[in-house]
Ligand binder design. Structure first.
Ligand SMILES: [Fe+2]
Length: 217
């Protein structure tokens, strides 16, 4: 999959396993250990792609504990604050989510909302994303959402968010070679059609570079 990413022109890739979402939930120290072994394999295979470890952290009380223990798996820093990938359930926005985001930003932690275009309540009412952005959330859209992989409702929500200027990152969110391959180049082409080359490039190059200027792992 990394070879496929490389062929698409991706130079740096974050690995973001799920955290706090059974059945994918492995303890963070074990993920770190596995990542070190994986990174050795990447080097041994002569791949030029740079890999970093973060996590897609599912919403839950465990986030408060991770923040208090200064143990939140972050992707880098945004305007001096550690940023991490936050995932919500697909079917509902849990009560208190916006309050949690306010609390996080007060603690100096910046959540990046993962694939809001795939969340049913935001598909039904894309205007709801504004409250997340106003509370300090950064926003990441999945490239395959723009290419129709997840259907018309997902595409439409992604289009609305992009054209409203609410998106900070476009990610591959690749899972495997068959059903969820990288596909970033194709997604970027659609984003370019929707918002122009400069704005689209910001989502896959300039903004990730801002995060990476101070990586955490
Ligand atoms: Fe996810």
């Amino acid at each position: 999959m990394l070879e496929m990413s490389q062929r698409e022109g991706i130079g740096i890739q974050w690995l973001t396993p799920h955290l706090g979402r059974p059945p994918f939930d492995l303890p963070w120290p074990e993920l770190q250990q596995r990542f070190q072994a994986f990174r050795q394999q990447v080097i041994q295979h002569g791949l030029a792609i740079e890999v970093h470890l973060a996590a897609e952290v599912h919403i839950g009380p465990h986030i408060l504990t991770l923040v208090q223990q200064n143990a939140l798996p972050c992707c880098g820093q945004w305007e001096g604050d550690p940023a991490f990938l936050l995932e919500l359930p697909f079917e509902r926005i849990p009560h208190g989510t916006i309050n949690l985001i306010h609390w996080l930003t007060r603690q100096g932690v910046r959540p990046i909302l993962a694939h809001p275009e795939r969340l049913r309540p935001l598909q039904t009412d894309p205007g709801k994303l504004e409250a997340f952005v106003d509370a300090g959330c950064l926003v990441q859209v999945t490239a395959a959402s723009l290419t129709g992989t997840f259907g018309a409702r997902t595409y439409e929500a992604a289009r609305v968010f992009l054209q409203a200027g609410q998106v900070h990152f476009l990610a591959s969110d690749c899972h495997n070679l068959q059903r969820r391959p990288p596909g970033l180049r194709h997604g970027l082409a659609v984003a370019t059609d929707l918002i122009g080359e400069t704005a689209a490039k910001r989502l896959v190059s300039d903004n990730p570079a801002r995060l990476l200027s101070s990586v955490c792992a």
